[in-house]
Design a protein around this ligand. Structure first.
Ligand code: NAP
Length: 536
């Protein structure tokens, strides 16, 4: 740490967040000789894996690729117990990374960034927090995450409920006593589905309040067999290489067939084959799932049939079948037991479209059709995704320009990495990058490596500032929208569009042109003297 005399900032870089992104960024920048500090709202490292401790929390990507690739030794030494690891194991992994690379002493925990203001004269950021002294830094790097700003649901009369209220993304660290209780849950996205499956056999009664049904895909989770671990270790270089070049940042081949080119029998055979692979691989069955209604419908029909075969009560099965969106165009939850849970005697499904919530009493949720007695209410109601964490901070760039104002009608960024008017600010997996539609650790490493190369280049040139130009930023912002418009995503209402947050401008916040293509584009920008950026 330098003294803050004159215009010398205290740090070269301050990284906000100590999850997957923040830990690697801090490590990488320090390794390159930059003075770097981390700021973390949570009491320890882990990011989403620190906060989302709800029962059943698990990653929907397989751990052998949902993990860091930057250290061969780390990769060699760490063994996963399950193919799709659960939250405690992923959190242990991130703690191990923090210790192994000695990152903890450089992070200020339990500290929330309130404001970040750029000073044009010194070319530095001044950061202030909910407590503790402010900091100055040449570069500010957001590793705040895409799904970290909890969306408080606006549910009529919730304050009248006197039972326990839990949010999946702020789960008590010492757990919640649910055994034998009457538990209600609002929300059937990825978080809700996992909780429901895990607690159904443990609670006395479980009432699932569903507003919108989701397509839920099995992952066929199980132990990470020794032979598979050995195979992965032997092939890691190729696996990682594939992740960095593939469409989704995952080590699987692209689809070989378009559904609409195949006869029905062959389509069904392929669907069965990919259903057996499970998880996100199911969506690689056909190349036209995300672009052609008819192809998507082939897949919907297959899953509809599975739901009807699995759920014994036909009326409940019909309620669980989505009617409002193409499969995959809202983030599909993934779980092996979800539909079976609705065959249990102690589980009931309430359709909030048919009977909306009208209020609460001290011990019940009241819908237009009746009262449901509850001891505990779980909110699995999601996040102000993609932009929420950034806009929760008062970020001001050149001339006091506020990010909240600049993004009032939707996010603008160049490559999701930086924003015009906000020099020396970098966003890891920021809005308009592939982020949540790529394998996150791969997307994170690609961004951190790009930023690290950029910082080295600026250091080598003796430059003080880098910032996107407005024209290229507008081109990229439009391109991201155009690419999404050419897919079936355009028809959905989801947090990808900000539709879950009242008043949020409708904008598809993710680049869906393919992670490998995107990484190439980032490389080209760097290779062409940071084309699209201005360097001072
Ligand atoms: P989400 O997908 O946004 O789901 C929120 C749920 O709450 C939806 O079912 C929504 O219904 C419902 N809801 C919200 N407000 C409501 C209200 N006022 N009344 C009734 N229902 C309401 O949130 P999430 O499940 O936390 O997941 C967010 C994302 O986090 C996921 O899509 C995924 O990317 C990530 N995640 C990943 C994993 C994993 O890897 N395993 C696990 C959990 C989360 P509507 O659909 O009708 O709005």
């Amino acid at each position: 740490m330098n003294s803050s005399a004159n215009d010398q900032p205290q740090y070269d870089v301050v990284v906000i967040g100590a999850g997957f992104a923040g830990l690697y960024a801090l490590h990488r920048f320090r390794e390159l000789g930059f003075s770097a500090a981390g700021i973390e709202k949570g009491g320890d490292v882990g990011g989403v894996w620190y906060w989302n401790r709800y029962p059943g929390a698990r990653c929907d990507c397989e751990s052998y690729y949902y993990s860091y690739s930057f250290s061969q030794e780390l990769q060699r030494d760490w063994r996963w117990s399950l193919r799709y690891s659960e939250q405690p194991e992923i959190l242990r992994y991130l703690n191990h990374v923090a210790d192994r690379f000695d990152l903890r002493p450089h992070i200020r925990f339990s500290t929330t960034l309130r404001a970040a203001h750029f000073d044009e004269t010194s070319g530095t950021w001044t950061l202030s927090f909910d407590h503790g002294p402010p900091l100055t830094a040449r570069y500010l790097v957001s590793a705040m995450g895409c799904l970290s700003e909890i969306k408080t649901p606006d549910i009529a009369g919730l304050d009248d409920f006197r039972g326990e209220i839990l949010h999946t993304a702020a789960w008590p660290h010492d757990g919640a006593a649910l055994n034998g209780k009457r538990v209600g849950i609002i929300g059937t996205g990825a978080s809700g589905v996992q909780v429901i499956s895990r607690i159904a056999s443990q609670v006395g009664e479980l009432t699932v309040f569903q507003r919108t049904a989701n397509w839920v895909i099995p992952v066929w989770n199980g132990p990470m067999a020794e032979e598979f671990q050995d195979w992965v270790q032997a092939h890691y270089a190729a696996i990682r290489q594939r992740c960095f070049t593939s469409t989704g940042g995952v080590p699987f081949p692209s689809p070989e067939h378009a559904a609409l080119d195949l006869p029905e029998a062959q389509r069904t055979a392929i669907l069965e084959e990919f259903w057996a692979k499970g998880g996100i691989r199911f969506f690689s069955a056909f190349s036209d799932i995300f672009t052609r209604h008819e192809a998507n419908e082939v897949v919907c029909a297959f899953v509809r049939d599975y739901i009807r075969r699995t759920v014994r009560n036909p009326a409940v099965a019909e309620m669980l079948i989505p009617k409002d969106h193409h499969i995959g165009t809202k983030r599909p939850p993934m779980d092996d037991d979800y539909y079976k849970v609705f065959n249990r005697q102690n589980v009931r499904l309430v359709d909030l479209r048919a009977e909306p919530i009208v209020g609460f009493t001290s011990d019940s949720l009241i819908t237009s059709s009746g009262a449901y007695g509850l001891d505990t209410l779980i909110l699995a109601t999601g996040f102000d995704a993609l932009t929420g964490a950034l806009l929760a901070v008062d970020i001001c760039g050149r001339g006091g320009l506020s990010l909240r104002e600049v993004w009032a009608n939707g996010a603008r960024s160049l490559l999701g990495l930086a924003v015009a008017g906000f020099p020396n600010l970098f966003l890891i997996t920021g809005p308009l990058s592939p982020s949540v539609l790529a394998n996150m650790p791969t997307a994170i490493e690609q961004h951190v490596n790009w930023i690290a190369d950029c910082l080295q280049e600026l250091r080598a040139r003796g430059a003080r500032m880098i910032e996107p130009l407005a024209g290229p930023q507008e081109d990229w912002t439009r391109h991201v929208a155009d690419v999404a418009e050419a897919t079936l995503y355009r028809d959905s209402r989801s947090w990808y569009f900000g539709s879950n947050v009242p008043g949020k401008p409708r904008q598809f916040g993710v680049y869906v042109g393919g992670f490998g293509n995107y990484a190439d584009k980032c490389r080209q920008v760097a290779a062409s003297n940071y084309d699209g950026f201005t360097i001072d």
